[in-house]
Design a protein around this ligand. Structure first.
Ligand code: SF4
Ligand code: SF4
Length: 172
């Protein structure tokens, strides 16, 4: 059975608009004294919570050796099929025999689900707090091994954005 919806009939007070205006102003005043949540990006950077899944990195041991052993578990677990690895014999004398000669991630395909990180048996791939990355071409948004290692250097102390905020010139 069809429902009949009565059209709204404004009352005398509604037609004055003053109660609605006062109500609106009350909301504005209430928020005026609250702590501001707006971040003045790019002068200030929001610091994401722990566990945020941003740009990937490839981890290293303190002596410089890449942790990745090119087992391709991450690429098998990736639902977006955006990790491409070419394995090869490791150049280091000690440790695991394989390492990635090539390691690319297509960031435009990636959905930042973190499955690669979960699948990795060596804790070699990790998603970082970096969220503000962009480029002009699709090709430039394929991050390679060197790029992933560079992200490691930038994020190993887990203070990427707080460092940026600290180094920001005071506003005039
Ligand atoms: S975060 Fe998800 S989609 Fe992105 S590379 Fe890892 S597994 Fe693939
Ligand atoms: S990052 Fe981890 S899962 Fe991926 S190839 Fe390297 S060791 Fe294997």
């Amino acid at each position: 059975m069809a429902t009949i919806i009565k059209s709204y009939e404004p009352t005398f007070w509604d037609k004055l608009y003053i109660p609605a205006l006062v109500k609106g102003l009350m909301v504005t005043i209430k928020h005026f004294f609250r702590r501001k949540v707006t971040v003045q990006y790019p002068d200030e950077h929001h610091i994401p919570p722990q566990g945020y899944r941003g740009l990937h990195r490839l981890n290293k041991f303190p002596e410089g050796r890449i942790k990745c052993v090119a087992c391709e578990m991450c690429s098998a677990a990736c639902p977006a099929d955006c990790i491409h690895i070419i394995p090869g014999p490791s150049p280091w004398d000690e440790g695991k025999e394989r390492y990635p000669v090539r390691f690319d991630i297509d960031l435009l395909r990636c959905i930042f689900c973190g499955f690669c990180e979960m699948a990795c048996p060596e804790e070699a791939i990790e998603l970082t707090e970096i969220y503000d990355f962009s480029d002009y071409t699709r090709e430039d948004l394929i991050i390679d091994k060197d790029g992933l290692l560079e992200v490691y250097e930038l994020t190993k102390d887990q203070n990427y954005y707080s460092r940026k905020n600290d180094s920001q010139e005071p506003q005039t």
